[in-house]
Design a binder for this molecule. Structure first.
Ligand SMILES: Cc1ncc(COP(=O)(O)O)c(C=O)c1O
Length: 430
């Protein structure tokens, strides 16, 4: 590894910070939800650019004029690169014909066929807008099919923001919202088996992300045989197995993450990378669930919009043509191996967890404190490498070797800065 020791420019983000103050007057939390600082993943918020002027490829340009290498990828949707020309051309072509119209476009069938031929478990597809639309729907389908109420979730889950997907104590959530939820630990199929014995004939669904990619904790890959055991327990007890592939979908295996982990889910939920930023989500299902799904009243004003469907088809076709999933995995591995090596060179211990194209970082020297980690992330952000402190990151196909090299150099400088700023931590750093 050959690093250039030229000091990097420290970003001025004052326009973003001013804009944020303006937003706080007229918008709840200024920037509500995951794109803003209220989730606690942007610390200190004063280091962060918050508003973009434009985006291109692997970069976002902020309103202060800084170019940022974006490792959050809009929290998943940027998969091939912002403004991918092939995806945008397909979307523009469809826009000329129509988008949200009284008669649906046949492109909806094309997209469903594309998904059925791409996703290993899929016999059919249904489209909506957001990930939460379809995780909600998946549970309704399971209940309609089994005539049961209870669902099993794995701790560290995130399936969206409907009340049942949130936690007791969260604002606006009642005990009744969660009354049918049962929880188990990750990689603990025996706990699922115990619940099946305790609630015989009452569990409709097991819903989980393919691996544990929660915030504020190291991400966890399923142990060998885990999903096979869960699949068998579902089959033995007539329970619908739901894969929430909203985030990991197309970042592990183009055929679905259940395929990668050696099983077939009954329902798989996709969003994020599905149309490279055009707003659409999809649920794919097994044939046995088709009629139960057709019986449910579930729709939305924009769910048949044709433009995102055209974008989705183009995204999948291009991803296959350029092997985007495999390439992104390679890029993620190269980047994170290098980041860990640069950490070691500076006396730090960087833990990298999760799948390579969706890596989670944690600087472990001062564990269980997160002070060094947060400060290192902030020093990277100030130099144009957009990480967040307690959320997994994403790789886009547009990320180049030069971007990776620049990221290593920024990381190196950031390690040196925090080391200098923290003589009090010398005992922790090798
Ligand atoms: C695993 C998972 N499921 C569901 C959702 C909800 O998706 P959306 O925010 O599009 O409703 C998300 C969003 O981050 C997610 O990561």
């Amino acid at each position: 590894m050959n690093l250039k020791y030229e000091p990097k420019k420290i970003f001025d983000v004052s326009k973003s910070q001013e804009m944020f103050k303006r937003a706080l007057n007229v918008m709840p939390a200024g920037i509500y939800g995951h794109l803003g600082p209220s989730e606690g993943c942007m610390i200190p918020v004063q280091s962060y650019p918050l508003y973009m002027s434009r985006a291109e490829g692997a970069y976002v340009y902020d309103i202060d004029g800084n170019r940022i290498i974006d490792y959050m990828c809009a929290y998943g949707p940027n998969f091939l690169g912002y403004n991918d020309p092939d995806v945008d051309a397909a979307a523009a072509e469809q826009r000329k014909k129509g988008d949200c119209t009284t008669l649906v476009s046949p492109i909806s069938i094309d997209f469903a066929e594309e998904l059925v031929s791409t996703i290993n478990m899929a016999d059919w597809a249904f489209f909506a807008k957001n990930g939460g639309d379809i995780t909600q729907f998946s549970v309704m389908i399971a209940r309609a099919y089994t005539h049961r109420k209870k669902i099993v979730l794995t701790k560290g889950y995130y399936h969206g923001v409907a009340p049942w997907m949130q936690k007791l104590g969260y604002s606006g959530v009642t005990e009744e919202d969660l009354a049918n939820n049962l929880y188990i630990d990750w990689n603990a199929p025996e706990q699922f088996e115990a619940l099946c014995k305790k609630y015989p004939g009452q569990i409709a669904a097991f819903i989980a992300t393919p691996y544990m990619h929660g915030n504020f904790l190291d991400n966890m890959i399923p142990v060998p045989g885990y999903w096979q055991k869960i699949r068998k327990i579902c089959d033995d007890n007539g329970i619908v197995l739901i894969f929430d592939d909203v985030r990991a979908g197309f970042r592990v295996n183009i055929k679905g993450t259940d395929f990668e982990y050696g099983i077939k889910a009954d329902l798989s939920c996709f969003c994020k990378a599905l149309a490279n930023g055009y707003n659409i989500s999809a649920i794919c299902g097994a044939k046995k669930l088709l009629n139960a799904t057709a019986d449910i009243a579930y729709t939305g004003s924009y769910w048949f919009s044709a433009v995102p469907m055209a974008a989705g088809i183009a995204t999948l076709k291009k991803a296959k043509a350029v092997n985007a999933v495999e390439e992104n995995i390679k890029k993620g591995k190269k980047l994170t191996d290098g980041l860990a090596e640069v950490a070691k060179m500076n006396g730090f211990d960087l833990k990298v967890t999760g799948e390579p194209a969706m890596f989670y970082l944690r600087l472990a020297n001062d564990y269980p404190s997160t002070i060094l980690h947060q400060e290192w992330v902030a020093e990277c952000v100030k130099r144009g490498v957009f990480f967040t402190s307690h959320h997994n990151h994403f790789i886009s196909y547009a990320l180049s070797d030069a971007d990776i090299q620049y990221t290593w150099e920024v990381a190196d400088e950031a390690y040196k800065v925090i080391r200098k700023n923290h003589p009090d931590y010398e005992g922790y750093i090798k």
